[in-house]
Write a protein that binds this ligand. Structure first.
Ligand code: ADP
Length: 163
């Protein structure tokens, strides 16, 4: 069984992430979207919220699983039996960063291979960072997030006083 892990912060998940998942699904039998928990890195949305939104977006998709992990991505892959990592590339700076990480993961993960999908042009300007800035600034992030999250994110924003 071909299993891939799509690791990230997903703070929050964007339409760019969703497009990468949709395009990767035909390549694997199972895709595990794994939120990497790093205690040094603070996030706008807590882990539970990010997991809930991922579950909402991918509900009903049998070959997609949502998980979280601490410590090394390569060790998480070994634990779940994944031989592949999935990452998206938007631009040259993504590439420079990802190339090194991929080479490290290949060593630490005992030939763990990273599969890269190049962002489609209509999504290449989207990042979780931009979405967070829009939300913190009181703007409407709905053009950049999947439609299943338009209302949940709006509700969260109103409850938590970003506006
Ligand atoms: P990280 O903090 O590990 O970069 P992110 O949640 O920001 O986690 O991103 C997870 C993955 O999704 C990364 O490979 C990133 O390059 C990719 N990604 C993010 N936004 C897009 C996008 N708009 N198009 C394609 N890939 C994307």
């Amino acid at each position: 069984m071909k299993i891939a892990v799509f690791p990230g912060s997903f703070d929050p998940i964007t339409s760019g992430h969703v497009d990468i998942v949709a395009r990767a699904l035909p390549l694997f039998d199972k895709l595990i979207i794994g939120i990497g928990v790093n205690s040094q890195k603070s996030t706008l949305f807590d882990l539970e919220q990010r997991m809930q939104w991922l579950s909402e977006v991918f509900k009903g998709q049998e070959n997609v699983e949502i998980a979280s992990f601490e410590n090394l991505t390569a060790h998480f892959c070994r634990k779940v039996g994944a031989r592949y990592l999935l990452r998206g590339l938007r631009n040259a700076s993504d590439f420079d960063y990802e190339k090194t990480i991929s080479q490290l993961n290949s060593i630490v993960g005992d030939n763990l291979d990273t599969v890269f999908l190049i962002s489609r042009p209509q999504f290449s300007h989207i990042s979780s960072t931009i979405v967070r800035e829009i939300i913190k600034g009181g703007g409407d992030a709905s053009p950049f997030i999947p439609s299943a999250l338009h209302i949940p994110v709006q509700t969260y924003v109103e409850r938590n006083g970003f506006q």
